[in-house]
Design a protein around this ligand. Structure first.
Ligand SMILES: O=C(O)[C@H](CS(=O)(=O)O)OP(=O)(O)O
Ligand SMILES: [Mg+2]
Length: 236
């Protein structure tokens, strides 16, 4: 199995996803929130690139979620905090979600045979599912505003660790992936501290959203693996 790591959405435009499994990573906060929502019983998540797209996709019984500038969008039901997507709120609902980086990254990876959403919360489960799909893997770090974000690189490193641990044959990892694996091995005892020191983490703390950073820093606590079926993410 070959594993390639892409450092940001920008770079995804020139990447080759054909015959591969894409694993999209946006630790702060889109994929952490999507995994949390589906684990809490949401029927599906529809990732939308723009606010206008999200509104046009909405059926009367759907919820609208997401952010711009880290804040809930005017007129939307939910923001981009995992804690907003509780069982009481989301059970059985289809949710249209648009975020600055994460949902854009999902749209950029749709040429892949399979698309999975991963975060620190479901890293182990996502790697297990990717192995079952028997394709080479592209780990797409969403990054922030077209630049690399360390929290996504850390999660890519966790996924590589899990792929190597769970795979019985050779896992060939590209150079950037090897660097992210080394980063993960170095920083795994200090995940929360690393997230709090990241640019995205600092931005969220400044806005009073430190609890979100804490909620996204738990490792392998969820078995849920969102995968793209047509336009919507559902649980495997
Ligand atoms: O809501 C978030 O945490 C970020 C906002 S920002 O543009 O990086 O400030 O969006 P996400 O798409 O989850 O990275
Ligand atoms: Mg992000």
């Amino acid at each position: 199995m070959h594993v390639q790591v892409i450092s940001s959405v920008n770079e995804a435009c020139s990447a080759n996803f054909h015959h591969k499994t894409a694993i999209v990573i946006d630790v702060l906060r889109a994929t952490s929130t999507i995994v949390t929502a589906l684990a809490a019983g949401a029927a599906s998540i529809v990732p939308a690139e723009t606010v206008m797209d999200a509104k046009s996709l909405q059926w009367p019984e759907d919820l609208l979620g997401g952010e711009r500038f880290c804040r809930k969008i005017a007129g939307f039901d939910l923001g981009n905090s995992p804690k907003e997507y509780s069982e009481n709120t989301v059970r059985g609902r289809r949710i249209i979600v648009t975020t600055t980086n994460g949902t854009r990254a999902i749209h950029k990876s749709t040429k892949a045979d399979h698309v999975i959403a991963a975060s620190l919360l479901n890293g182990e489960a996502a790697a297990k599912y990717a192995l079952e799909l028997r394709r080479d893997v592209v780990l797409l770090c969403a990054g922030s505003h077209d630049e690399f974000a360390i929290e996504d690189g850390l999660c890519a490193g966790l996924l590589i660790e899990e792929l190597i641990k769970q795979h019985h044959d050779t896992v060939e990892v590209d150079d950037f992936g090897q660097a992210m694996h080394a980063l993960y091995r170095d920083r795994s005892p200090w995940i929360l501290r690393t997230l709090l020191q990241s640019q995205s983490g600092k931005r969220l703390v400044k806005l009073g959203l430190k609890e979100d950073v804490e909620d996204c820093a738990h490792m392998n606590t969820l078995d849920a693996v969102p995968f793209l079926l047509g336009e919507r993410l559902i649980l495997r």
